[in-house]
Design a protein around this ligand. Structure first.
Ligand SMILES: [Fe+2]
Length: 451
């Protein structure tokens, strides 16, 4: 089951020692990095001949005319046309794309799942990706999908890219290596990674089995939220995001590249590793972020702000203030609000909320929402604290209290989320979740007083 092997060697660019070793800090910077000295042209992008016999190639993550454009110039052993041959359609039955509305599956309701367990099957990043919900439409580049991944095996001479989406990866157990065209990202729980649309990579298991969550963003890229009156500091700080230094391999072995394109999967056979970028510069790159560096801001006198105060990254839709996806983090923090019901209040939300637990206890649901588990509170479906959380928070002494041992997250989207057949029929759905609110009492009897 645990088939973690030594990762394949890639030749990495030299980098500074210390906390940023192997990475370059900053969010959306215009980075430059080269493994071999002089591999990166200076002062221009497309010289008549590139040093070392490399090929220059641009990877565009936005339209050329977007403001600002996101693109990266790669200097590589072979141009990508050599990493693409005829395509054959293949089936990955558990990886679904929107629209995916199963007439036999209800999505209207409150749902909660226990962790999806490993069952002994050998699974890679591709075969172990199991879609829980889909929203929007992959063909028109709006919406998202949420997945659970179960990975036990490294991809062997196999590579992947998604033309449909950027992937936000939230590990919960195990460590993975993302060996990408633009460098190496090693990822463990309490970190996240963003793998951009169109970027080729393979996933290796460093410490398995691995389990986690993925938000597949069909729309505009994730960006840092505007902080508004919070100002220049706190929440997620740009310097804590890390892009990899360049790394390449010169492996001439029969290989397979799988492509996700408009919800379908296709394979192409090639004769070498496509991870052959020796130098690159630009602002379209994978990155990772340590969730422990997220600086939460909240109420320091009374009341409970909207969860948007905990947004780490936001992927805009065309409507200002209305995200295609917000990625929101609920982590350790102090609770100090006076005369306040401190947990999340009861609510109905036009946005739909998919949550996952990375570790510990979530304050609105001390039982039942366990590490590795997920919940879905869909568009306009009421939810909130269970009976015990409500009574506890209504009657506790309101001194300063630290919420310890807690890290959960939310993928919140403006679109309703549809359960897949897997989520409804195979994943460990808690049939009794709705009962967590059943014994909430009527306290009102027409007489005044706090009850
Ligand atoms: Fe909610």
């Amino acid at each position: 089951m645990n088939k973690a092997a030594d990762p394949l060697e890639m030749i990495q660019a030299p980098s500074l020692a210390g906390p940023h070793e192997g990475y370059m800090p900053g969010f959306g910077n215009d980075f430059e990095t080269e493994v071999l000295p002089g591999a990166l042209p200076q002062g221009m992008n497309s010289p008549q001949k590139c040093n070392y016999g490399l090929y220059g190639e641009q990877l565009s993550g936005t339209a050329f005319t977007a403001d600002p454009p996101e693109r990266t110039w790669c200097y590589r052993i072979r141009p990508s046309v050599k990493h693409s041959h005829r395509y054959t359609k293949i089936d990955l039955p558990y990886w679904k794309s929107a629209p995916c509305v199963d007439p036999d599956v209800a999505s209207l309701g409150q749902y909660r799942w226990d962790p999806v367990a490993h069952d002994g099957a050998d699974l890679t990043w591709l075969t172990g990706m199991k879609t829980m919900t889909t929203a929007g439409d992959v063909n028109t580049q709006v919406g998202m999908a949420s997945h659970v991944y179960l990975v036990t095996e490294s991809m062997q001479d196999a590579y992947f890219f998604s033309a449909d989406s950027e992937l936000l990866v939230v590990p919960q157990e195990g460590r993975l290596r993302f060996a990408t065209e633009l460098g190496i990202i090693d990822l463990e729980p309490q970190e996240i990674a963003i793998i951009p649309r169109g970027l080729v990579y393979r996933v290796e298991v460093l410490d398995g089995p691995a389990r986690g969550f993925v938000c597949e963003n069909y729309g505009q890229k994730f960006e840092l939220p505007g902080r508004g009156p919070i100002g220049a500091n706190c929440m997620a700080n740009p310097r804590d995001f890390k892009a990899p230094v360049a790394a390449y391999e010169d492996r001439e072995v029969p290989s397979t590249l799988t492509v996700k394109w408009c919800g379908q999967f296709h394979e192409t056979k090639i004769g070498q590793s496509p991870l052959d970028v020796v130098a690159w510069h630009g602002n379209y790159a994978p990155y990772k972020y340590d969730l422990k560096t997220y600086c939460p801001v909240g109420a320091i006198l009374f009341d409970h702000p909207d969860p948007s105060i905990f947004t780490v990254l936001t992927a805009p839709s065309g409507v200002p203030g209305t995200a295609n996806i917000d990625f929101v983090l609920f982590r350790e923090r102090w609770m100090v609000a006076e005369n306040t019901f401190r947990p999340p209040w009861y609510h109905k939300n036009i946005m739909s909320e998919l949550m996952g637990n990375i570790y510990g206890q979530y304050d609105a649901k001390p039982q039942g929402f366990i590490p590795g588990g997920m919940s879905l509170h869909n568009m306009m479906i009421p939810h909130g604290p269970d009976k015990n959380a409500f009574e506890g928070a209504s009657n506790s002494n309101l001194g300063p209290e630290k919420l310890e041992n807690t890290m959960s997250f939310m993928f919140e989207t403006r679109f309703p989320q549809h359960l897949t057949e897997f989520a409804a029929k195979e994943a460990p759905l808690q049939d009794d979740y709705i009962d967590c609110w059943s014994d909430i009492e009527k306290k009102f009897d027409g007489t005044p007083g706090m009850k």
